[in-house]
Design a binder for this molecule. Structure first.
Ligand code: SF4
Ligand code: SF4
Length: 131
């Protein structure tokens, strides 16, 4: 018991030594997220429109049911999402929507600074997701 206590204390003191800190002085210092990090979504654009073909697979697979898609057809007869919205307050960043997309029209970025003052601002619409 005493041995474990000393071991625990030694770990604590080790992290107090200069150069062993595991915290950073955010926002002056920022850690780089790992390549597999799942942050804010992004709708991938093509030349003149978004790549999304409004197939409804991502809202279907989403366990949090936080994606809203409304399909429409353009003058060329192509389907596109007239409405595409993700409620990030409900999203659990599982990445299922990205995996389900058959045309790779959705990806997750490394953006994690998503603080807002109003709940409505967490509803990211198509315009914001295309940035
Ligand atoms: S990351 Fe998961 S919870 Fe968030 S929108 Fe995609 S499927 Fe839904
Ligand atoms: S799965 Fe892909 S193509 Fe289908 S609605 Fe979602 S983003 Fe669009």
């Amino acid at each position: 018991m005493f041995k474990e206590f000393i071991q625990g204390l030694s770990i604590t003191f080790k992290h107090l030594l200069p150069g062993h800190s595991t915290t950073v002085q955010y926002p002056d210092e920022r850690l780089t997220p790992s390549p597999r990090f799942r942050g804010l979504h992004r709708l991938v654009p093509t030349q003149d429109r978004e790549k999304c073909v409004a197939c409804y697979l991502c809202p279907t697979v989403c366990p949090a049911k936080c994606i809203t898609v409304e399909a429409a057809e353009n003058e060329k007869g192509e389907k596109y999402p007239q409405v595409y919205e993700i409620d990030l307050l409900r999203c659990i960043f599982c990445g299922y929507c990205v995996e389900a997309c058959p045309v790779e029209a959705l990806e997750m970025t490394a953006e994690y600074e998503l603080a807002n003052f109003r709940r409505e601002d967490f509803k990211f619409n198509k315009k914001r997701l295309l940035k």
